[in-house]
Design a binder for this molecule. Structure first.
Ligand code: TXA
Ligand code: MG
Length: 325
C-alpha cells in the first residue's frame, strides 16, 4: 500500500521521500492545483513506462512535462514571443503550452510519444517545490486509471492506484479541480486542444488573438483528452436534465431544485450561488460520490458553457459519450 505524507504537516519529509523515489525511477502521486498527478522523471524511459503501466494508458498519448520555473522550461522547449508572454503571465497555473522540443532536451521520447513538440506547464502548489528540488522536469498525467475521472484529492488517488504506488503526497483538495487548459501556437494562431482550468477568454484578452476551437474535436487525436468517452464514471450520464427520475443521482448547479428530487438516490449541488469556480472544484469529487451512491444513472442539471463552464461541459459530454468496450 502507498505511504501517504501530508505536505501541510511534514513538507520537508514529503519532498525528501518524493525525490528519493523519483530518483529510483518510480512514480509518485503529487498534488497540483488542477488535479493530482502521477509523476515520474521525464528524462528516464523506465520511469515513464511505469506511468503508462500503472494507468493502463495507450502509449500514443503524450504526457505533460512539469517544470518549476521558466529557466527549466527553456532547456527543453523553444518559446516564441506569444508563448513566452502566456507563460510569464499564467505560470504557475492551469495552462499547458505545446511547444517545439529542443534537440538538446533530455526529456525522453516516451514522454512526448515521439512527437517533435512537448506539452509543458509550471504547476502551482506543492508539486512545484518537489520539481525544484528534483531539478528535472516531471512527466505527469492525472493520477487515475486511464479513461476514469481525474483525482482531486489524495483519497481519490489511494482508492484507484493505492495498491500500485509507493507514495502519495497529500496537500488537501485541489483548488481548481479541472485539468489544465491546453493551447498550441501554429503560425501565430492559438488553438485550443483542451478547455480546462484557465478561462480561454483570459488568454484572448492578454494576446488580442482569438483562440480557435478545433472543429474536429475527437477526430484528430491531437490531445487524447479529446477522445470521446473520457472522464467516465461507472454510471450512465444524462445531461441537461429538467427533472429527476426515480433512483437517479442528481448533480445540479445554481441552487435551483428540479422536479422529482425526493425520488433521487442522492442530490449534490455544485454551487448554490452559481459560481463556476466553485462548481469546477467540486465536479470530479461529486461525480465519484454520485457513482458511489450505486445509482445506475447520474443526471446533471443545466450548466452554462461560458468561461470555466466550457471546460466543465466538455468533461460532462465526454462522461456521457458512448463507452468503448
Ligand atoms: O492539469 C493537468 O494538465 C494535469 C496535471 C497533473 O498537470 N495533467 C493532465 O495530464 O491532465 P493528462 O496526461 O491526463 O493529459 C495530457 C493531455 C493529453 O490530452 C495529451 O494528449 C496532451 O495533454 N498532450 C501532451 N503533450 C502533447 C503534445 N506534444 N501535443 C499535443 N497534445 C499533447
Ligand atoms: Mg487524465
Amino acid at each position: 500500500m502507498a505511504e501517504i505524507i501530508d505536505t501541510r504537516i511534514e513538507p520537508d519529509r514529503a519532498i525528501e521521500r518524493a525525490c528519493a523515489i523519483l530518483s529510483e525511477g518510480e512514480p509518485v502521486a503529487i498534488p497540483t492545483e488542477t488535479v493530482y498527478g502521477l509523476a515520474a522523471d521525464a528524462t528516464n524511459a523506465d520511469a515513464i513506462s511505469h506511468i503508462y503501466e500503472m494507468k493502463g494508458r495507450p502509449r500514443f498519448n503524450p504526457l505533460i512535462c512539469h517544470v518549476s520555473d521558466i529557466a527549466m522550461a527553456e532547456k527543453h522547449v523553444e518559446f516564441d514571443p506569444i508563448s513566452r508572454r502566456l507563460a510569464e503571465v499564467f505560470w504557475p497555473g492551469p495552462l499547458t503550452l505545446i511547444l517545439r522540443q529542443r534537440p538538446e532536451s533530455t526529456v525522453h521520447a516516451l514522454a512526448s510519444a515521439g512527437l517533435d513538440t512537448l506539452g509543458i506547464r509550471m504547476p502551482d502548489g506543492f508539486s512545484r517545490q518537489v520539481i525544484a528540488r528534483f531539478g528535472r522536469p516531471l512527466a505527469a498525467p492525472s493520477a487515475n486509471t486511464s479513461g476514469k475521472i481525474s483525482p482531486t484529492s489524495a483519497a481519490h488517488v489511494e482508492a484507484d492506484l493505492g495498491s500500485k504506488l509507493k507514495l502519495i503526497l497529500d496537500a488537501g483538495p485541489a483548488q481548481i479541480g479541472l485539468e489544465s487548459t491546453i493551447i498550441k501556437l501554429d503560425d501565430r494562431k492559438l488553438r485550443l486542444l483542451r478547455p480546462g482550468g484557465l478561462d480561454v477568454a483570459e488568454v484572448e484578452a492578454l494576446t488580442g488573438l482569438t483562440v480557435e476551437r478545433s472543429e474536429t474535436a475527437g477526430a484528430a487525436i491531437e490531445a487524447p483528452g479529446m477522445l470521446a468517452s473520457h472522464y467516465a464514471p461507472g454510471a450512465a450520464v444524462r445531461l441537461n436534465a429538467e427533472d429527476v427520475r426515480q433512483g437517479e443521482a442528481l448533480i445540479r448547479f445554481g441552487g435551483k431544485p428540479l422536479p422529482g428530487e425526493s425520488e433521487a438516490a442522492i442530490v449534490l449541488e455544485l454551487s448554490p450561488a452559481g459560481n463556476l469556480r466553485e462548481a469546477a472544484a467540486n465536479l470530479f469529487d461529486y461525480m465519484k460520490k454520485a457513482d458511489a451512491s450505486g445509482a445506475a444513472t447520474i443526471a446533471f442539471g443545466p450548466i452554462p458553457a461560458e468561461g470555466l463552464g466550457e471546460a466543465i461541459v466538455d468533461r460532462l459530454q465526454r462522461a456521457a459519450a458512448p463507452r468503448a468496450g
